[in-house]
Write a protein of this length. Structure first.
Ligand SMILES: [Zn+2]
Length: 377
């Protein structure tokens, strides 16, 4: 199996681990550019020493800290970073995970500058992605961006991340069971093309990560490395597929649906991987219950057969709970009516056939909603 470094190189990304040499490939690529080191109230403790280390090596670097501990990738944050980055910087390094990486990718894409990230948590699969989710006028939109040039890993930092963030990363990976199955379901029922290479790459990384769950729980370097590998592969599988099919299915639509609702209510948005992990439980249950349904409908046998190799939602819930991740939607502050609304309407979020679409097109959700509420709300 290729290492993160080898695999990333194929996709034009320098993945580099912390060492005594202090990221030589990253530094050489800077070619004298001034670096803006972007962080927030939480990650500043890694950003300031990093900027100092660069300065020690003769590289001009300034730290720019977003005022909040939980920044949102919205117009205000992007404008603030853009304004600062225009002051003669040639490279922006985000020190963080999802949000800071998204802001840096988007701003530098607009300014035509390279960017990179010093990963502070194995919490989501957007590190290697070339698009970026942003909040605009209170709505979630996906904007074009570019991929980062460098992804820097310091295992001491990743090990230090709150346990629930690692759990969120696990949730975003367990979701791939459902994403890949939704893709197969669509291919068999609607004729949507599959991409065998993207599927195989994602599947291998998923299996590797599942085999490593005890190591990930133990919080050691080996486990975090396997999780990080799967999170990066997810980005590369999307590049191969030319769309987000290998990494996003109904569970992601559920997460996006809820995110819009949190935004509308002006509430802080729970971690992406936490919401996706919850959606994964729902999707797994929707697949597993099909074989026992009394009604006959088109695609029933196909969906029931696809459900057989899937893990049970009980198993998945146990894995999430081991990281302190919630296993019920009520735990993250989703109102009950919003949960029900999500079950009936999240399939509309994208024109993409998933297990949720099957339930709606065959009129099966009425019969499933109470059961899902009992189990997961
Ligand atoms: Zn995701």
């Amino acid at each position: 199996m290729e290492t993160i470094v080898e695999l990333s190189r194929k996709y034009g990304i320098n993945a580099e681990y912390a060492s005594a040499a202090f990221y030589p490939v990253f530094r050489e690529g800077l070619a004298g550019a001034r670096v803006l080191v972007l962080s927030d109230g939480n990650t500043r403790r890694y950003a300031d020493p990093f900027a100092a280390q660069l300065a020690d090596r003769g590289i001009a670097a300034d730290s720019f800290v977003l005022p909040s501990c939980e920044p949102v990738a919205d117009e205000t944050a992007c404008a603030a970073v853009e304004e600062r980055a225009k002051e003669g910087y040639g490279y922006v390094l985000a020190v963080g995970a999802g949000t800071l990486n998204d802001i840096a990718k988007y701003v530098t894409f607009r300014l035509g500058l390279p960017c990179g990230v010093l990963a502070t948590a194995a919490s989501m699969d957007g590190y290697a992605s070339g698009v970026t989710p942003l909040i605009r006028n209170g709505f979630k939109v996906t904007e074009n961006a570019h991929t980062v040039r460098d992804i820097l890993f310091d295992m001491d930092i990743l090990r230090d991340a709150p346990r629930i963030m690692t759990g969120a990363g696990v949730g975003d990976i367990l979701a791939k069971f459902c994403c890949l199955t939704d893709w197969k379901l669509s291919s068999l029922l609607t004729g949507e093309p599959l991409n065998a290479d993207a599927m195989a790459l994602m599947r291998d990384a998923l299996d590797g990560c599942v085999a490593s769950l005890p190591n990930i729980r133990a919080g050691g370097v080996a486990g975090l490395n396997d999780l990080m590998r799967a999170l990066l592969v997810s980005g590369y599988a999307m590049v191969i597929a030319g769309n987000s099919r290998p990494a996003s299915g109904a569970e992601h639509h559920m997460s996006h649906f809820l995110e819009m609702d949190f935004l509308r209510r002006g509430k802080p948005i729970p971690l992406h991987g936490v919401k996706v992990g919850l959606g994964t439980l729902v999707s797994l249950h929707l697949y597993k219950r099909i074989a026992a349904l009394a009604e006959e409908f088109e695609g029933k046998e196909i969906a029931a057969a696809l459900a057989v190799p899937l893990p049970t939602p009980e198993w998945a819930a146990e894995q999430l709970a081991a990281f302190g991740c919630p296993t019920r939607f009520s735990e993250i502050g989703v109102p009950k009516n919003v949960f029900r609304d999500m079950l009936f309407n999240c399939y509309k979020i994208r024109d993409r056939f998933t297990i949720m679409t099957l339930y709606h097109e065959r009129g099966l959700m009425e019969g499933a909603a109470d059961e899902l509420t009992d189990l997961f709300y």
